[in-house]
Design a protein around this ligand. Sequence first.
Ligand code: PRE
Length: 185
Amino acid sequence: MRSLPSSLLLLLTLLMTACSGLGGSRHSLPALMVKRLDWMDDVAEAKRAKGLPITDPKREAELLRSMMQRGDAAGLNYESVRLFFSGQMQAAKVRQEEWLHQHPAATTAQPPDLATTIRPALDEIGTQMIEQLAEETRHLHPIQAAALVTQARKRLMQAGYSEAVVKPAVKGLKDAMDIYFATWP
Ligand SMILES: O=C(O)C(=O)C[C@]1(C(=O)O)C=C[C@@H](O)C=C1
């Protein structure tokens, strides 16, 4: 079979993307990835105020466990959820490091509280991410999955995040998508 002209392929991709609800009213996965990272300046300030290190292995394990459980309930593969959130947390840590480096002194006297404000917000974003991951993997064609990864990179760069932050976040999404589409017919 002759391969499709690239302009037709692009048109098909755009049509399928529009139909899949990527631009719908709920936050898309790329938008949620930006939203999650947007919390990290506050997280860094909250940790500085309390003298806490950036990395909290216990919280990471708890978050992964709870997201994998939610993912399982939504029909998602455990490993894909683990890879996705590992990437987002890695990006989160790089962003916190950058923030502290760029702002050697505290920028606020009263940062939001980690336990009562920040982590519940991150949990809520995580839940929305699971819903979107489930939605995307149900409806996406592999071409659209690749477009979603590209779109995520674009959104994160547009939001002003550095390559060092964007790279692990996008890799997490790509790794998750690869699991679903590796065996696609
Ligand atoms: O909750 C925190 O303490 C954060 O710094 C956020 C976060 C995350 O991305 O969820 C990032 C790094 C920590 O190791 C744990 C979790």
